[in-house]
Every structure is written in C-alpha cells, then in structure tokens.
Design a protein around this ligand. Structure first.
Ligand code: 15L
Length: 274
C-alpha cells in the first residue's frame, strides 16, 4: 500500500524530532520548520516556512494526506510571539489545509490548556478549558478552531492535550503527565488512521499510575499506551526540590505562576539509561 504523506510543522523541536524518528518507516514525512531541522532522517524532505505568513502555509500543506501541526511556541512566551506563531500561524495552517483539500489535522494541544485544574482533580476530555498561560490560551484557541473546522467544513480534527514528551519523567509533576516517544507515535498513528475521527480531544500521556486524566476517549479509539512513569517514581521523588506552593497546587505547575518557562530537557544521565 502507498505510504501516506504527512506534513509535520515545528518538526525541528523535541516532539517533532521524536515523531520523525518514530514514524520514519510508516509514513512519507514532509518536515517543516522556520529553523534548521537538527537531526535528520533518511527519506524525509524539508520545507522551511514561516507559518505566520499565509503563502508559506499554503505552500507546505499542498498535496499532503494529513498534518501534524506542532509549529509555534511550545512554552510560555511574549504575547506578540504567541500571537504570530500560535494564533495566526495556527489559523493559517487550518485555513491553508481547507483550501488545499487536506481533510485531516492532528493538533497537539497541551496540558496547559487545562493547567488550572487542581492536582487532586481527575479531568476528562469534556471539561471546560482552564488555561494557565498565554501559551495555554493559544492551545484553547487551536482546539476551538479545530472544532469550527470540523463542524463547518467537515475536517477531521484530532486534538491531543500533550503532557511532557520525554523518554523518562524529569520531576514529580511529570510523573503524572509523562508521554514517552513510543506512546506518542502510537497515539499520532491513531489520529492519522482512525476512520471515525471527526473532532476529538484526547490526552497525550502514557499509562501513568499518577495520571490526572480520565483518558477514556483515547482508549475508546484504540490507544493502548505501553509505558508508566511509576518505575521512575522513587528516584524522581528522592531528587525533587520543594517547589512554589501555588504551582504545586495546580496541574500546570510553574506555568500557573511564572511569566517565562524554559523548555525542560531530559536529564542526560537518566536519558542514557534508556
Ligand atoms: C508543554 O506544553 C510544553 O510544550 C513542553 O515543553 C513542556 O513544558 C510540557 O508542556 C510540560 O508541561 O511539561
């Protein structure tokens, strides 16, 4: 069978790189980013693009079977940057897809779209949004846009509220929201392949014992995550430093209190053990 052609925007980032690696055998991948790709994989093409400009969005979305739209800020940022990359850029990708006849979009939204729910609460895909940052607001915008394009234009939109993509959990909060690269690849594959996707919200996490999410909507669509962060819990908790009290209360952690959030990198010594 002919391989599907998948556009990944924001392909140079951590999540994009994991995805390009994990899905290289399965799909014909067109990688797009404003930046150089960094790590590259055989057989994948690269299209540099600034998606805040509609002509660029039109150019890269042409002729693909599905889009995984990772492009934009992946952490809290200044309003102007969020506006250009995450609001205008997101609109451009959906609209360009519609104009180019691309039916399916996977939108990796974020746990920060619902980050102001308390840690003691279990939430499912039907709760109303509670963003914890400008970044979180931009993800709620993307989910709303996806809903509009599904209902009004018949697009198939798969929103994944992603936790933290990493081979291992890097702190206590991430024990609840770890999303390993192989579980990410499985959920994205479901988003690309499932015949009944119309508009869905699922949580992008592994089968973590400490999860705050009722992910039954993902399970209903066939998701069977393989990893559980619990195997690293003792080590993670032993290394945990006391955090900001307000941040500790909410699922979104520091996003709930800070203005700038650095992108968390996996701890090198833990990464090596995988
Ligand atoms: C996110 O949405 C970010 O994209 C990622 O960089 C992490 O900060 C993650 O959330 C998290 O909450 O750990």
């Amino acid at each position: 069978m002919k391989k599907k052609k998948i556009l990944i925007t924001g392909a140079a980032g951590d999540v994009g790189t994991h995805l390009r690696r994990e899905l290289q055998a399965k799909y014909k991948i067109v990688a797009s980013d404003l930046r150089d790709l960094g790590e590259t994989f055989k057989g994948q093409s690269f299209k540099r693009a600034d998606i805040s400009k509609m002509p660029a969005a039109l150019r890269i979305t042409k002729g693909v079977d599905a889009i995984v739209h990772l492009g934009g800020y992946s952490v809290e940022g200044p309003w102007q940057g969020i506006l250009n990359a995450n609001i205008i850029g997101c609109y451009n990708i959906f609209e360009a897809a519609r104009l180019n006849g691309v039916k399916r979009i996977l939108f990796p939204t974020s746990n920060h779209a619902v980050g102001f729910y308390e840690r003691g609460t279990t939430i499912d895909h039907r709760v109303y949004p509670k963003p914890d940052s400008r970044y979180g607001v931009s993800k709620v915008f993307g989910e709303a846009l996806g809903s509009l394009y599904a209902d009004k234009y018949g697009m198939q939109v798969f929103c994944m509220r992603i936790g933290n993509v990493n081979p291992v959990p890097i702190d206590k909060r991430r024990l609840s929201i770890l999303f390993t690269p192989r579980d990410l690849a499985q959920l994205v594959t479901i988003g690309i392949e499932h015949p009944d996707v119309r508009f869905e919200i699922v949580y992008g996490i592994s089968k973590n014992t400490r999860a705050w999410y009722d992910n039954s909507n993902a399970f209903r669509l066939g998701y069977q995550p393989k990893d559980d962060s619990e195997q690293w819990a003792a080590e993670v908790l032993a290394n945990e430093k006391p955090g900001d009290q307000a941040a500790e209360l909410y699922q979104g952690g520091m996003f709930c209190v800070a203005e700038d959030i650095p992108n968390p990198a996996p701890l090198p010594e833990r990464k090596k053990r995988m």
